[in-house]
Design a protein. Structure first.
Length: 145
């Protein structure tokens, strides 16, 4: 438990976790609540099943994309949240986006979206895994006790 909470008042970790929280949360809200043009839980799980992801793992992915950003924003169990995001992003990159190549589909000229976004999220999550939650985090406060 000590390693999970341990962190230093590191600004790089603070920036990484806040940016990661800001870009992942809307995706969780799309999947979990249908906000921002998303499909909600039922349709998202249907899609996940169609690509071979069982409901239990689909629910874990939705919960991770919805709850992990809240933990990241607060700096609470940042390493656990970052590991969850890393797992979801790696799975999405490999199961869905790898066939479309590296680049996002800015021009609409390819069938799907590439995996560059996922690599950036994995990179930010990796920073948090190594450094912890950093400055202005509940992890820092709790670890100091």
């Amino acid at each position: 438990m000590q390693w999970i909470l341990s962190t230093q008042p590191d600004t790089a970790a603070l920036v990484a976790r806040l940016i990661l929280a800001a870009v992942i949360l809307p995706h969780g809200l799309q999947k979990g609540f249908g906000w921002f043009g998303g499909y909600g839980v039922k349709n998202t799980l249907g899609y996940f099943r169609s690509i071979g992801i069982p409901n239990v793992f689909g629910m874990l992915a939705i919960a991770t994309e919805t709850l992990a950003p809240l933990g990241l924003a607060l700096g609470l169990f940042g390493r656990v949240a970052a590991l969850g995001v890393l797992a979801v992003m790696a799975t999405a990159a490999l199961k869905v986006h790898l066939p479309s190549g590296f680049f996002m589909n800015w021009s609409g000229s390819q069938k799907g979206e590439g995996f560059e976004y996922h690599l950036l999220a994995i990179g930010l999550a990796s920073v948090i895994l190594v450094l912890g939650s950093g400055a202005w985090s509940l992890d820092l406060l709790l670890a100091g006790r």
